[in-house]
Design a protein around this ligand. Structure first.
Ligand code: PBG
Length: 324
C-alpha cells in the first residue's frame, strides 16, 4: 500500500508522541484544596474523600509547606466551624479556623498563594449558601455577609478570595468592600458557572454543608442550562470585577470550559470536584481502571478544553507524575 499520509508515524514511540502532543500539564496549573478545622495538632481523615483530611490551622501550615515544596503555587482553603448559626457568624470572625490558617500559612510559606473559599453553607444552621428570610434565600443580605467574610480573609492575609455561593452581585459587593478597606490587591476568583451538581456529594460530608432542607437549584446553575447561560454568568462576573472565573464541576462541563476559553480573556479555572475525584478512586479500588492513567487522562482533558488553572484533590500526586 502506498498511503501518502500515515498518522501512526508520529505515534511511534513516547518521545515522538511527546514532541507532537501540544498539551502539557505543569505544577503551575494546579491548586490544591485544604480543609481547615478549629483546634491544634489535628489531622483527621475525611471518610468520604480518600487521602483528604481536616487540618487544624497549625497542621494546615505544615501541609502547605509540603504543597509549596512540590511546586504547586496555590492552596484553596475551606473551613468548618466550631458551631453553626443562622447568620454563619463564625465565617467572618477574624479568629476563625480559616483566619488562623491563613496567618499560619503566610508566616510559614509566604510565597505560597492562599486562596479562600467564601461561602456560608458550612457555617449556617440551614446548610444553605445564603441567608434565609421567609423561607427564601435573601440574595442581597447574603452578599453583605459574603463581603464581610471576604474582608476578614483579606485582613488575615489571603491573596485571593473565591466566592462559591452563586448569589447575584456578590463579586461587585466583595470588590467594593475590599477596595473601601484598602485591599485593592486582593484578587477575586469567582465560581462563575457553578452547577447544581450531584458530584459535590463527598465534599458535603467533608464540609458538613449539606442543605438541611430543599436544594441549591435556586442559586446554582441548572445542569441542563444552555451554554449561553454560563457565558452570561461569566460575563457578568468579569464585568463586576472578577480576576479569574471558574467552571465547576470540570469533566461533565468541558464544553463550557472550552467556550469560556474561546470567548474571554481572563484566566479560566476548572474545579475537578469531590465526586469526580472519588469516582476515579472508587473505580480504581475495584480494579476496574488504572488509577494513575485515569487521573492523568482526566487532567489532560480539562487542560485541553482550555483550563488555565485546575483545582484538584489529585494535585499532589499529579505533579510527581508529570515532572518525571
Ligand atoms: C460550597 C462549595 C461546594 C464545593 C465547593 N464549594 C459544595 C456545594 O456547593 O455544595 C464543592 C467542592 C467539591 O465537591 O469538591 N458552596
Amino acid at each position: 500500500m502506498n498511503l501518502p499520509i500515515r498518522m501512526r508515524r508520529l505515534r511511534k514511540n513516547e518521545s515522538m508522541r511527546r514532541l507532537v502532543r501540544g498539551i502539557s500539564l505543569s505544577a503551575d496549573n494546579f491548586v490544591y484544596p485544604l480543609f481547615v478545622c478549629p483546634g491544634k495538632g489535628i489531622k483527621k481523615p475525611i471518610e468520604s474523600m480518600t487521602d483528604c483530611f481536616h487540618y487544624s490551622p497549625d497542621a494546615a501550615a505544615a501541609m502547605a509547606q509540603k504543597i509549596y515544596e512540590l511546586g504547586i503555587p496555590a492552596v484553596l482553603l475551606f473551613g468548618v466551624p466550631e458551631k453553626k448559626d443562622s447568620t454563619g457568624s463564625e465565617a467572618f470572625d477574624d479568629n476563625s479556623a480559616v483566619g488562623q490558617a491563613i496567618r499560619n500559612i503566610k508566616n510559614a510559606v509566604p510565597d505560597l498563594l492562599v486562596i479562600t473559599d467564601v461561602c456560608l453553607c458550612a457555617y449556617t444552621d440551614t446548610g444553605h449558601c445564603g441567608l434565609i428570610k421567609d423561607n427564601k434565600i435573601d440574595n442581597d443580605a447574603s452578599c453583605e455577609i459574603i463581603s464581610k467574610i471576604s474582608l476578614s480573609h483579606a485582613k488575615a492575609g489571603a491573596d485571593m478570595v473565591a466566592p462559591s455561593d452563586m448569589m447575584d452581585g456578590r463579586v461587585v459587593a466583595i470588590r467594593k468592600t475590599l477596595d473601601e478597606n484598602n485591599f485593592v490587591d486582593t484578587a477575586i476568583m469567582a465560581y462563575s458557572a457553578k452547577y447544581a451538581s450531584a458530584f459535590y456529594g463527598p465534599f458535603r460530608e467533608a464540609a458538613e454543608s449539606a442543605p438541611a432542607f430543599g436544594d441549591r437549584k435556586s442559586y446554582q446553575m441548572d445542569i441542563a442550562a444552555s451554554a449561553k447561560q454560563a457565558m452570561r454568568e461569566i460575563e457578568l462576573d468579569i464585568a463586576e470585577g472578577a480576576d479569574i472565573v471558574m467552571v465547576k464541576p470540570a469533566i461533565p462541563y468541558l464544553d463550557i470550559i472550552y467556550q469560556a476559553k474561546q470567548r474571554f480573556d481572563v484566566p479560566i479555572a476548572a474545579y475537578q470536584v469531590s465526586g469526580e475525584y472519588m469516582m476515579i478512586n472508587a473505580a480504581a479500588k475495584e480494579n476496574l481502571i488504572d488509577r494513575k492513567a485515569a487521573i492523568l487522562e482526566s487532567l489532560y482533558a480539562i487542560k485541553r478544553a482550555g483550563a488555565d488553572i485546575i483545582i484538584t484533590y489529585f494535585a499532589k500526586e499529579a505533579v510527581k507524575w508529570i515532572s518525571k
